[in-house]
Design a protein around this ligand. Structure first.
Ligand code: 5GP
Length: 122
């Protein structure tokens, strides 16, 4: 599958280039994690891969195995670091228009710090 066009000026690309600040939680060679600017839970962290992938579809098709493993290892590292792993958390990857994806750089939301409500809003 050919990669979709990636907008290198999307807000998360600019955060990766440190053109705009973020409240960093975790970083390694594969991923960056930072607090969401508009948190929907007591803990609301975004984890993004460092590569230019539009969505989970693009990431799954076009990232290499090391990048994919590194990304999910980073999610697990954040869960352990932020004490989300024992109490639990919700992982969300909004994808495309129907998924409500606003920023076209693949990311997952980690929501926790309390019991998260219904899986899908009415
Ligand atoms: P999406 O709807 O694309 O899954 O989620 C994008 C998320 O990025 C939203 O929850 C929004 O609050 C967050 N966001 C948008 N702009 C910024 C920003 O400049 N900094 C941070 N930390 N989060 C942002």
């Amino acid at each position: 599958m050919s990669a979709p066009v990636y907008d290198s000026n999307n807000i998360f690309a600019r955060i990766l280039r440190e053109e705009i600040p973020c409240k960093k939680v975790y970083e390694d060679e594969f991923a960056l994690a930072f607090h969401d600017i508009a948190p929907k839970a007591p803990v609301h962290i975004l984890v993004i891969p460092k590569g230019p992938y539009v969505s989970i579809i693009d990431f799954s098709a076009n990232a290499n195995a090391q990048e994919i493993k590194g990304f999910y290892a980073a999610v697990a590292a954040v869960a352990a670091q932020e004490n989300l792993d024992q109490a639990g958390f919700r992982l969300i990857a909004n994808t495309g228009a129907n998924g409500g994806q606003e920023v076209p750089h693949f990311h997952v939301h980690m929501l926790g710090g309390k019991r998260i409500g219904p899986m899908v809003a009415d």
